[in-house]
Design a protein. Structure first.
Length: 128
């Protein structure tokens, strides 16, 4: 039985090389992102809280469904409890880099990490 790489053509090798290059580029770009300096929390359509990212605290944010619990610590900001049915926001993990977002859509809460540069981050797509 021949090894699988004996059956690969030049085009197959090119595809493998492109996939490896793009994966490595993605890893490098994520590692190069700057850490944010503050947390902006939007409740519905208005900004309801702003805090520095380097000051540990636990917040209870009121939304239409109830309270969403947000923890800010040395790892970053993360949602640990929410009254929403699927708890997708809880599984989003930690946000600590400039431009990171955490969203509890059913409870209408958006957590945005802002950088110290003051430059607005442009998004590809946002919807209401």
């Amino acid at each position: 039985m021949k090894a699988p790489w004996h059956f690969m053509t030049g085009g197959d090798w090119l595809v493998v090389l492109l996939l490896l290059t793009s994966s490595l580029g993605g890893i490098v770009s994520i590692a190069a992102m700057s850490e944010g300096s503050r947390v902006l929390i939007t409740c519905g359509d208005e900004l309801c809280f702003t805090a520095p990212l380097d000051q540990p605290r636990t917040l209870a944010i009121d939304g239409p469904l109830g309270q969403t619990k947000l923890v800010i610590d040395e790892r970053g900001a993360r949602i640990v409890e929410s009254p929403c049915p699927r708890k997708i926001c809880v599984s989003m993990g930690v946000a600590k880099h400039t431009g990171d977002l955490l969203a509890c859509v059913p409870n209408r809460i958006l957590v945005h990490i802002d950088g110290s540069s003051g430059k607005e981050v442009s998004y590809d797509l946002l919807s209401r």
